[in-house]
Design a protein around this ligand. Sequence first.
Ligand SMILES: [Zn+2]
Length: 340
Amino acid sequence: MTVYLIIMYILVFLVSASIGSFLNVLVYRIPKGISAARGYSFCPNCNHRLHPLDLVPIFSFLGLGRRCRYCKQPISWRYAIVESITGIVGLGLFLYFNVIQELINHAVYGVYLANGKVNDIVTNLFYIGTDVVAGTDLADNTSIGSLLHRFGETSLADGGYNPIRSLFETGFIPLHEFTIAWLPLILWVVSFLLFCVLFTLSLIDMDTQEIPDRFHLCILILAILTILFVPIGIGLKSRLIAFVIISVPMFILAMIIPGAFGGGDIKLMAAAGLLLGIQGVILATFIGIITGGVYAVYLLVSKKNQRGGHFAFGPFLALGIFAAYLWSDTIVTAYLSLYM
Ligand SMILES: [Zn+2]
């Protein structure tokens, strides 16, 4: 681990936390019908326009002593918590998809290709790091070789689960130059966007017990993007069946038992079906019902529910959708192995 990597990770965290800051704005503005895209940020208490220095994620909150600079009204912890969670998830996904190492590996691979030393693309792409670090002629004579040295030994070299490598090895992704180089970056951006959409709709659902339609639209757009750019082995047929396989039973259940599910939950699971496919959407629903059920029992036992038996189910479904998007195969395999 070098200082370059640490600086890169801090930057990724800060950019992600700033996006978390924008999510706070959306959570506050969307239910009130205030335009989110235009206009400056303001204090919700005194309406004073905020200075750019008031908007640095987490640090402004701590630096200002958790109070508005102008009216001294305390600022809710929630803003800093949302910023921190978004920052941590953004960096976590960046590490999970190994974005930096994959891009460096590809750059090194490109140099190898130019030198005519590549026989087997997959072997060289994923094992090239060891060759270079082991001290071939490439290592010290090119800028990329020295770059790799600076960043340290590649984690892809051997052993260890790597989500990208497993996609190639199982043949889910055809080997194209373009896909190989940019896939980790695309996977990171798509999964982080998905997190932002799910996190924002969860917070709004917690506040208002409703999920605005634009969030379902966002998930549908993400689903179409993944169909086009991230061919992760979920067929179109599976996606289309998944679009109705949960949402229609939920709709029927809501007809029979009024208030069983909100319309927002039903639309959420339809959109999630198109994104996740059959296995994913069933898993997401399962996780949502289990975690939501645990929370319902907790409310019952602690007698904390003051909303007449209703609580926001969206956050639990959102948790299920995100877990299913990242680890659907891993979770289902682990679960089935318990019974076999
Ligand atoms: Zn104020």
